[in-house]
Design a protein around this ligand. Structure first.
Ligand code: PGA
Ligand code: ZN
Length: 403
């Protein structure tokens, strides 16, 4: 029986202390699925509306009055049907009535209830054709923060360890080792400074972009030497955040689009960067394409704010060859089914997908299940902090299951 016996929504707090919601779906067979909605700080303009007018309190009221009654008794067996019902109840093109975060929590909670009811791992319900659950994503692990996620840090938002070992026990070990090595390096560089950590658990220090890259690439090299595991540097620039009036504005320079392409191409070569997310602002498809043409054979070029997990924006990116990979954040588009449709379009074109957390997140593990289910190139979930390590631990658990 996969009919919904109870569905509820309650306010909870995310890792930043922001109010969000958790959905709980109970089936007639007493299987319970619970999921909370994460939230972003450097959000893309084209994401669905996270909350309706009036924020979380309004979302809770709408849920009680007009959503819950229409979901009770409904089948959760059919994932697409459940997610379509959320769209129908919402009645807007961007979840402005329900809130995309409410839709996300309800979509994921129903899927988790369905998996429990069947006694299977969630990834198997979400698995794309050809995925057998035995191939694991690279860890895209945030080690140092800047931009909107860290006051006083560099302009580049995230410095990543891209940990490429095949087995989760190795990839997680190497990612954690890079994070630790960076902590030591920063303590050595600033012996009297109280160092902090940013929203996604990466270190924050008063360094420049170039100093950050030097520290990151040295830490990756150190871990490659000591653990003999493949780990390489990568970046999420979140470039929309420092793009104004057609120029990328750094503390020490201001670059036009061509200048930014040249600057980043040089950084890719100099530091051996294997991953670059949002190197240009969110409407700059042409710059993305030029850059992908230059470095795409050796680097994963990822669109996050560029696509916002939206199949229509992805279609434009595919036509213009704007990148070779797309970031997948479920709450940018509102439901698991919508996110999977975008994944399918990317996979059909031979592009990589990267399954991603948000800067405000929760100690849930389902993101790792989604990454495995979609054959993702990467699981972008940070490294340290309870809400980050929960996803890595879920990946470890999946890696340890008997074949
Ligand atoms: P957000 O940013 O979760 O704060 O939107 C993360 C990212 O840009 O990848
Ligand atoms: Zn990003």
């Amino acid at each position: 029986m996969t009919e919904v016996r109870e569905v509820s929504l309650r306010p909870i707090y995310d890792s930043r202390g922001a109010l969000t919601v958790e959905a709980a779906v109970t089936t007639a067979g007493a299987a319970l699925g619970c999921a909370g909605a994460p939230s972003g700080a450097s959000t893309g303009t084209h994401e669905v509306r996270a909350w309706p007018e009036g924020g979380v309190p309004a979302a809770l009221q709408t849920f009680r009055e007009s959503v819950r009654p229409r979901l009770l008794g409904r089948e959760v067996e059919d994932a697409t049907g459940w997610d379509e019902a959320l769209h129908a109840i919402d009645g807007t093109p961007n979840f402005a009535h329900l809130g995309g975060n409410v839709a996300t929590a309800l979509s994921v909670a129903a899927a988790l209830a369905r998996a429990k009811e069947r006694g299977v791992e969630p990834w198997s319900l979400w698995a794309r054709p050809g995925v057998d659950g035995r191939r694991f994503p690279a860890i895209v692990g945030n080690c140092m923060n800047g931009g909107r996620h860290a006051i006083g840090g560099p302009e580049f938002q995230e410095f990543h360890a891209i940990s490429l070992a095949e087995r989760p026990e190795d990839s997680v070990r190497a990612a954690v080792a890079v994070h630790h090595a960076i902590g030591k390096a920063l303590q050595g560089k600033f012996p009297t400074l109280a160092l902090g950590r940013g929203d996604e658990g990466g270190w924050v220090a008063p360094i420049t972009n170039l100093e950050g890259l030097e520290i990151l690439s040295a830490a990756c090299a150190q871990v490659r030497d000591s653990l003999h595991l493949p780990v390489q540097p990568g970046l999420d620039l979140a470039a929309s955040e420092f793009f104004r009036d057609g120029r990328y504005r750094y503390r020490d320079r201001s670059l036009d689009a061509a200048g930014q392409v040249a600057y980043l191409t040089e950084l890719v070569d100099r530091f051996g960067l294997v991953y670059l997310e949002d190197p240009f602002a969110e409407e700059e498809f042409a710059s993305f394409a030029e850059f992908t043409q230059a470095v795409g054979s050796k680097t994963v070029v990822v669109g996050d704010d560029l696509y916002t997990t939206d199949p229509i924006r992805l279609a434009r990116g595919l036509t213009e060859r704007a990148s070779n990979a797309i970031l997948i954040k479920v709450n940018q588009i509102g439901t698991i089914s919508d996110a999977l449709a975008t994944v399918d379009a990317a996979r059909a074109a031979g592009w990589k997908t990267v399954t991603s957390h948000r800067s405000g997140d929760l100690p849930d593990g389902w993101l790792a299940q989604l990454a495995v289910a979609t054959g993702a190139y990467g699981l972008k979930c940070g490294i340290l902090g309870g809400e980050r390590v929960a996803k890595l631990n879920e990946l470890l658990r999946l890696g340890a299951l008997p074949t």
